[in-house]
Write a protein that binds this ligand. Sequence first.
Ligand SMILES: O=C(O)CCC(=O)C(=O)O
Length: 289
Amino acid sequence: MKRSIRYVLSEHESACLAKACADERLHAANSEDQQAVVNACQAIVQSVEHEASGLVAVIRSLRELRTSPGLVVLEGLPTVEDSRRLIILLGSVLGNLLKYPNEGDYVIAIKEKQTKPGERPSFQNAREFYFHTDLSYTENPPRYLMMHAVVNKPGEGGISLFADIDRVAKNLSPLDINELQKPQFLFPAPPHYKGGGTVKLPILTQDELSGVWRLRFRRDNLRAETRPGVDAVVQLVRAINECAEEVMLVSGSMVMLDNQSFLHGRTAFAGSGEATHEPRHLNRAYASC
Ligand SMILES: O=C(O)CCC(=O)C(=O)O
């Protein structure tokens, strides 16, 4: 991928994270009280800064608007007793963990509950999940998305797909870009989002000073108010598919990405009854900086 970084942790870095996740300040925090874990991790981050400065620098490179890689895949993470601690800890290295109460707690398990015919693709089923940015249906989607593969076996599907909006925009005509910048798109919340609701906003925005493109997008149930708007979405989907990059997030890896400049999706995976191993399980969290 053009802008993305793959970073394999050294044994020392992996051991440092394992130690941080076993820190006594975390033992004091009830693991079901994620707010307490978030608070404890904010203090523990300092020791990670000292002991794993290379890893910290890579993660924080995501913060630079102009020079950000946009997407970092970390490989070789330690296996820890409570995997939620690891994503909260690394999210705290990046910035401030965010919670969207209508969506759930800080850490949300991406796990199949049951795949019903005809239902929208989601983090709770095994269907192909088309390219999207997270929480496109909220006024303020999170800047950063993190997904930690706790169990993700090669050969059972569930391959991650990513697309960089910088590359996608280059494959669109000025006319389509103009349409996508109009506040003419209706984004309805999916059924799991408590309170529901629909926002009407542009899909694409461009920062005036830096020229950096940002987007919000989720194809299923998206509505455009005009015919040129619908046509522009068709072109956008074509351009996204042309730029798609596949990454298998094997167990023990984590992707940290700029949710407003990278789209993500995943292929269908072996669901209940089909999986030969433990069921697929990723943890998801959001952060701002
Ligand atoms: O299951 C996956 O790999 C991705 C899930 C996803 O896209 C999401 O939860 O937003």
